[in-house]
Design a protein around this ligand. Sequence first.
Ligand code: GLU
Length: 467
Amino acid sequence: MRMVITRFPPSPTGYLHVGGARTALFNWFYARHTKGRFVLRIEDTDTARSTQASADSIFEALEWLGIDWDEGPYFQSQRFHIYAEYVQKLLDTGHAYYCTCSPEKLDAMRQNAMATGGKPKYDGTCREKILPKSNDAVVRFRAPLTGTTVIQDVVKGDIVFQNTEQDDFIIQRSDGTPTYNFVVVVDDITMGINTVIRGDDHVNNTPRQIMLYEALGAELPVFGHLPMVLGKDKTRLSKRHGAMSVTAYRDMGFLPEAMINYLIRLGWSYGDQEFFTREELIEKFSLEHIGKSAGVFDIDKLLSLNADHIKITPPRLLTPHLLPFLKAKGYSAEEGIYLDQVIQTLNARSKTLEELAESSRFYYADAVSYEPSAVDKFFKMEALNPLNLLIQKMEATPNFTVAVLEAIFLSVMEATGLKLGKIAHPVRVALTGKTASPGIFEIMEILGKEQVLARLKQAVRHIVDMK
Ligand code: GLU
């Protein structure tokens, strides 16, 4: 069996948006699943709109998603000599011809067609003239006049186009620059691409591309056109629906693993399984289960997958993604056992890395700031006695483990006759400033004796001062 070679060819006219990322992922996972190759190509022939900054931001987003490429990035702007060679090939074999029809003439043709309700088409004036090359000549493709062109689409099934609907489209402008459909085909042929998966906004380009393959005597790739990604209101996903750029999701605190899991499920399924790791997707992804209907982008589903991925990612793998959020809050956090433990107490309760960072504030703050409602509820005079007893006993213990701390709490419960809650609630506020937090014994073990004592004493002072 031939090796699968897929590609992702973004136009560098802006950031990588979620729809583009989804297309890239389908091609990447298919290449990885089949142990094939994945080629990255930058389609920058539109020099007015293409920028290096956009190309760089696309690379950055792909790298963040963990999409690596086996070849490229190729830049179309550096391949004009190859396109010129292929134009010549088509001219030499009679599949293309020079045309000198003036813009006015073409305009009149268009007006005419529209007036009679027809599709604006080139009327073939120069088709049989065999004109020589000249400064004002474009090169047109000699398209078949009869018959049909069929896309055998792995997603949509056969799509049949009448060749009478096509015209002799331009492949090279009079300034010598090649046109879009032509360069795509030349690139895909010369790069050995045999699987083309792209958005179905390109379906109408495909018959022209198939005609070019046939004229060049090249084998057709497998085509698959993915339905568009829609917003919740079932219109095409756009800025109105929220962030579009992949890196915006990174900056909001999504994990790349959650993003790829979500985007691949937006158009592909494997039974009703929702959660996938990257390895599992590489093992399971195939072209068979791509859906025919459009996927609806749902931020709540993405959030819930993100929570699941945060939960199962080992702390040391989560750390590089989390650190920028901790640093942005001014915490002096760094990779290590302390942060591993912080993560372990919070990873089951955070939907985003931003949320995780925010809820870890008390682990890094020098002085705890109390939520007023927590103070009202639990910083009562009756809390002073148990807090002071805890401080005394903790000061006396050399070991600061969960087991030792539980024993200390028990002895304070016995000494005061108070239930655990009456003691634990003020302690929680003292340690975290909040009424809800991970288990206080784990927190105390992680914070360590010195911090815990300082916080309990701060709480005692606060309660005394409130009198
Ligand atoms: N450059 C095109 C785009 O960004 C991709 C064309 C293709 O996949 O053939 O939509």
